[in-house]
Design a protein around this ligand. Structure first.
Ligand code: AMP
Length: 396
């Protein structure tokens, strides 16, 4: 894998695709600096080698228009604080003004380009636009995992203009490594915990993952499609009737492949989709009309615990209950606690894709698992077994 460590950046201008798509408040202040901090090691490596860094990113969805609310100049001061270098800003990302700013850049300096998505060409993966971007650096570094699943000009197409001078940044390399640890080189037993709302949004992941794991925990709203498909009564629980056959097919495939599937046996059921609803512990197969399963029950959590503690490699995607409501967050917290314990005992744990990252952050598990992915969609597509175009472009 070509990473930064294969290069010396002395006297070089590194064109770095970062993901600075950060949330801003009404005063245009950055409210979550995680993504900027995540890019810091790559930028520092370039500067410490004696080179300069040209940073390019998108912010929001300006859809090809110069929307001043989505200007990256709003984040310049925050980036300066985090990097520890006064970051310069240029109000364009291609063309004369940008090229002039790059030409004047000295070793040790950092330049932030204006929002890439001010140009519709970015999202279209326009080759001319990518070629213009390529004039802004000697070496191209992709460190934006969050957009690696997009074949955009700055994430993918630009790489072809750097046939012998392109590499992954440290963040992207870490993401690739974490995925490989689960999907290819993970120590056995390998366990995937898949939760979330719907079978339909996870089906490709489940099918891909059956070839990689020894154990599969299915939790959250997905549970009820599996239970009903096997003849259980799920009451008003979320259930995709049109996916029941698929669910049975997954169970059949799992059996053929020797994967142990663990599905909840009991649930916390509620008489309303509300934090204040009346609740009752129920057998997952016998939920009456008027009730819906919103969290994993105590016996389920006991059995999940022994599976999780026995695993050496763990992937967690999707909460096992409606964790946004306090009354139904206990299952997700309990699963997080077990993963924390397994990690302490030496297991490798990766959390990624969609809402599981939000849950992990909300309950403070971020520092207690081995790796939390920074890319929602990119992680989901990786778990589906797809080669992300941004990664393929560097490897080409
Ligand atoms: P996903 O983005 O597919 O990982 O789904 C996450 C969502 O699934 C969260 O918003 C949870 O509230 C929701 N969820 C988890 N368990 C249930 C359940 N039993 N019933 C309804 N929604 C659920």
């Amino acid at each position: 894998m070509k990473t930064l460590d294969n290069y010396n950046f002395e006297n070089k201008k590194a064109l770095i695709r970062v993901d600075f798509n950060v949330p801003l408040n009404e005063n245009f202040e950055v409210t979550d600096t995680n993504r900027i901090e995540a890019a810091k090691p790559t930028i520092i490596k370039v500067l410490e080698d004696g080179g300069s860094a040209v940073l390019m990113s998108h912010l929001g969805r300006p859809k090809g228009e110069r929307n001043p609310d989505l200007s990256l100049k709003h984040i310049c001061a925050t980036v300066s604080d985090i990097i520890g270098v006064e970051v310069k800003f240029v109000a364009d990302c291609v063309g004369e003004e940008a090229e002039k700013a790059v030409a004047g850049l000295q070793n040790g300096e950092v330049l932030l380009l204006e929002n890439l998505r001010y140009y519709a060409e970015e999202g279209k993966g326009d080759e001319n636009f990518a070629e213009q971007l390529s004039k802004l650096g000697d070496i191209y570094i992709n460190d934006a995992f969050g957009t690696a699943h997009r074949a955009h000009a700055s994430t993918t197409i630009v790489a072809k203009f750097f046939p012998n001078a392109k590499c992954f940044g440290y963040l992207l390399a870490k993401e690739i490594d974490a995925i490989a640890k689960v999907m290819q080189t993970g120590e056995k037993p390998v366990l995937a915990i898949l939760g979330g709302a719907k079978v339909s949004s996870k089906i490709t992941i489940i099918e891909n993952i059956l070839d990689k794991v020894d154990d599969l925990i299915i939790g959250g709203g997905m549970t009820y499609t599996f239970i009903k498909a096997q003849g259980g009564e799920v009451g008003d629980s979320i259930c995709e009737d049109d996916k029941m056959e698929l669910a049975l097919n997954i169970l059949k495939q799992a059996k053929e492949k020797g994967v142990n599937v663990h599905i909840p046996v009991d649930v916390i059921a509620a008489d309303d989709f509300s934090n204040e609803a009346n609740t009752q512990i129920m057998d997952v197969n016998k939920i009456p009309q008027g009730w819906q399963g919103l969290d994993a029950g105590p016996n389920t959590l006991e059995s999940f615990k022994s599976v999780i503690l026995g695993a050496k490699t763990i992937l967690w995607n999707g909460p096992v209950g409606v964790f946004e409501m306090e009354s139904f967050a206990k299952g997700t917290i309990a699963v997080g606690n077990c993963i924390e314990e397994a990690t302490k005992n030496g297991a490798f744990s990766l959390v990624g894709g969609g809402d599981s990252v939000a849950a992990v952050k909300q309950f403070g598990f971020e520092e207690k698992v081995s790796y939390v992915s920074t890319g929602g969609g990119a992680m989901l597509e990786s778990l589906e077994g797809k080669t992300l175009p941004g990664i393929a472009a560097i490897l080409a």
